[in-house]
Design a protein around this ligand. Structure first.
Ligand SMILES: Nc1ncnc2c1ncn2[C@@H]1O[C@H](COP(=O)(O)OP(=O)(O)OP(=O)(O)O)[C@@H](O)[C@H]1O
Ligand SMILES: O=P(O)(O)OC[C@@]1(O)O[C@H](CO)[C@@H](O)[C@@H]1O
Length: 309
């Protein structure tokens, strides 16, 4: 089974306007209100690809009810822990440029933390994957992801982490199976500005040396880099028109995992994941398997270091 853990989910309020005039009334042209948060998005894309997952994390209040019930309506398994304060609302404003305003996270009591860990770990099997994705609610310590990865690995299962900053740094030593920083997040971690795939590969290797088993560095429209102990590789992205980049990174993770759990080849999973990211970036919602198949022939993976095999 694949579990997705979204510690800080959201309602994503997508709005499209003709611009933004500060201090004036701005009318919305298009809107949609959906359950969001990185792990939840991974579950949604997995569902589109015909792969089952169980979504967990913390939800609270009427906004949390919406998140939970909309996943259930989409036939995605849920095992959320309830907290008292409201799940946040994140505004995704598209004025031609994309602007995000992310709400305040609820505080998470220690009892809810323990419940989440017990609930997740009790049923975990060695063939399972757990995707830990997104920011930590502000009441959680930066070490939380690392601790969870360590417990997941003690059960023989694997953890994939999509986070940034200190929570990501602290987690490396616990050997996540895959991490997926974008090049800005990787740059922040290593104190550098990453300008091209070779630099992404070199700095990605640092994170492998610090404990990550595989590092996938996404570089938006400039392609992506994959680094493991044995090799580093670059994938280009297909051409298309950017429609909405929110959740494109989550689609990379979902695509990678959907492919890897079926075929077990990391480079092919990398290619499929990057194509899934672009297919979502070119769509209003998330990509489907058909979208990915359409773009797949345009994507090529080339080795930068090492040998396949
Ligand atoms: N302009 C683009 N053209 C083609 N593909 C894109 C573009 N922007 C994003 N993508 C696809 O989306 C993937 C993830 O994008 P990005 O590197 O911005 O990650 P991210 O910051 O995690 O994304 P998110 O916007 O979901 O937070 C890229 O690897 C690529 O496949
Ligand atoms: O604040 P976080 O947890 O880092 O990111 C949250 C978020 O921006 O990420 C998703 C897109 O990746 C959205 O659905 C959601 O609003």
């Amino acid at each position: 089974m694949i579990y997705t853990v979204t510690l800080n989910p959201s309602i994503d309020y997508f709005v499209k306007t003709d611009g933004l005039k500060e201090g004036e009334i701005n009318l919305v042209n298009e809107q949609s209100i959906v359950a969001g948060g990185k792990g939840i998005n991974v579950s949604k894309v997995l569902k589109n690809l015909g792969v089952d997952s169980v979504a967990t994390g913390f939800v609270g209040g009427f906004t949390g009810d919406f998140v939970e019930s909309s996943l259930q309506k989409a036939d995605i398994g849920t095992r959320f822990i309830r907290v008292e304060e409201n799940t946040r609302i994140n505004i995704k404003l598209n004025t031609g440029k994309e602007t995000e305003i992310n709400g305040i996270s609820p505080s998470i009591p220690v009892s809810a933390l323990e419940q989440l860990e017990d609930n997740l770990l009790a049923n975990l099997e060695s063939t399972d994957f757990v995707v830990l994705a997104g920011s930590l609610p502000s009441s959680l310590r930066n070490e939380f992801y690392g601790q969870l990865i360590s417990s997941i690995r003690q059960k023989g299962a694997q953890a994939i982490l999509d986070s940034k900053g200190k929570p990501l740094q602290e987690a490396l030593a616990h050997h996540p199976f895959l991490i997926k920083p974008n090049h800005h997040e990787l740059g922040d971690l290593v104190g550098a500005s990453i300008k091209d795939p070779r630099e992404a590969a070199a700095y990605g290797r640092r994170l492998v040396n610090e404990g990550a088993q595989h590092v996938l560095v996404s570089m938006a429209g400039d392609g992506a880099v994959f680094v493991s102990k044995e090799l580093a590789a670059f994938a280009n992205v297909p051409s298309g028109t950017l429609e909405n980049s929110v959740g494109a990174g989550d689609s990379v993770v979902a695509g990678f995992l959907a492919h890897f759990t079926k075929n077990g080849n990391v480079l092919e999973a990398f290619k499929y994941g990057v194509t899934a990211g672009s297919a979502s970036a070119f769509s209003k919602g998330f990509c489907t398997a058909k979208d990915i198949d359409r773009y797949l022939p345009e994507v090529t993976v080339n080795l930068i270091e090492g040998e396949e095999g």
